[in-house]
Design a protein. Structure first.
Length: 334
């Protein structure tokens, strides 16, 4: 399992996407509001190449992508779309190198190998996830490219610890199938769970002891797969803890028992004064001591693209204030 003790109790973070197109402004805002666990922002408003698939394709080694009417497709040589995605990556590195030097740690985020394969077409038009060889090539290329990217970040930010957040929102669809063919008239079989788990475990193991976080996978049965693959932290929603579903509470309780940290995404309109007592009430339902909550849960600013950077900053402030308050919760919350 990846190291889970890299950020202190009381930390807060965010998932990644922010509004606007100014990467320097976005990095400054994140580092200023979330100093314990800042993240490299994604700015999808910049267009093609700044979307989740494009940002991940920019890391691939010897595999290129282009945008076609149905989405991203593997191309035989680098073209305009591929170069644009790589340019965004370089600009992001420049901004991080300039504005995050004082940070002790930094979190990067990208699509995991299964969601990338489920969203990227082969030259034939079929999704890569339906071809085991293509999946293996993508995973290997992404692992190699991510290793190079982490090394570049290390050169620009010496001494800063880098955590990796792998986003796998399509994992359930990959496992459940069926996967449509390019024509739309046929389907491909689902991917066996052992195959998915082994590939994720290999990917996580290749990152060594650095913290690796899974995001985009709802609490429930799939968390068992992620636990087995070695992720050191998982991302859930407030409702996973504050709701009354015994199945969700059991899933949360199991990962806490295993020492896996939880990034809990706050609602977009969350206020510290209301979300704090609700979170502690849910924590008590799980059955763990209140004094453990700050080390187990990392409040996470609401995902999605806010209307303005000011709105996004306010969401980060709420997450930061909640994280610090969990260290010594007010009596009124208990």
């Amino acid at each position: 399992m990846s190291d889970t003790t890299s950020w202190p109790a009381g930390s807060a973070t965010g998932l990644g996407p922010l509004p606007g197109t100014d990467i320097g402004e976005a990095v400054r805002a994140v580092v200023g509001e979330l100093p314990e666990l800042p993240f490299v922002p994604a700015l999808p408003a910049r267009g093609v190449g700044a979307d989740p698939v494009g940002r991940t394709i920019a890391l691939l080694v010897d595999i290129f992508g282009e945008v076609v009417p149905s989405g991203w497709r593997i191309s035989r040589r680098p073209g305009m779309d591929d170069r644009r995605a790589k340019d965004f990556r370089q600009w992001d590195l420049d901004a991080v190198g300039e504005h995050a030097r004082a940070a002790e740690r930094l979190k990067i985020h990208l699509l995991g190998p299964w969601t990338l394969a489920a969203r990227l077409e082969l030259p034939s038009g079929n999704l890569a996830v339906g071809d085991p060889g293509a999946v293996a090539d993508l995973a290997g290329s992404l692992s190699e490219g991510l290793t190079q990217h982490l090394a570049e970040l290390g050169r620009r930010l010496p001494g800063v610890e880098i955590a990796v957040q792998l986003e796998e929102p399509d994992l359930g669809a990959v496992l459940d199938g069926p996967i449509p063919t390019a024509s739309g008239f046929g389907t491909l079989r689902h991917v066996p769970v052992d195959t998915v788990r082994t590939a994720l475990a290999d990917f996580v193991a290749a990152l060594g002891e650095r913290p690796v976080i899974a995001a985009g996978v709802p609490a429930g049965p799939l968390w068992e797969l992620l636990r087995a693959a070695g992720f050191g932290a998982l991302t859930g929603a407030m409702a996973d803890i504050t709701g009354r579903s015994s199945a969700l509470l059991d899933a949360v309780g199991q990962v806490v028992q295993d020492g896996i940290r939880l990034q809990i995404e706050l609602p977009p309109d969350a206020k510290t004064s209301t979300v704090g007592p609700a979170l502690l009430a849910g924590w008590r339902q799980i059955g763990y001591p209140i004094e453990d909550v700050a080390g187990a849960i990392t409040p996470t600013a609401a995902g999605g693209q806010a209307d303005t950077i000011a709105t996004a900053v306010q969401r980060m402030k709420v997450a930061r204030d909640l994280g610090r308050a969990l260290l010594e919760p007010p009596d009124s919350w208990l």
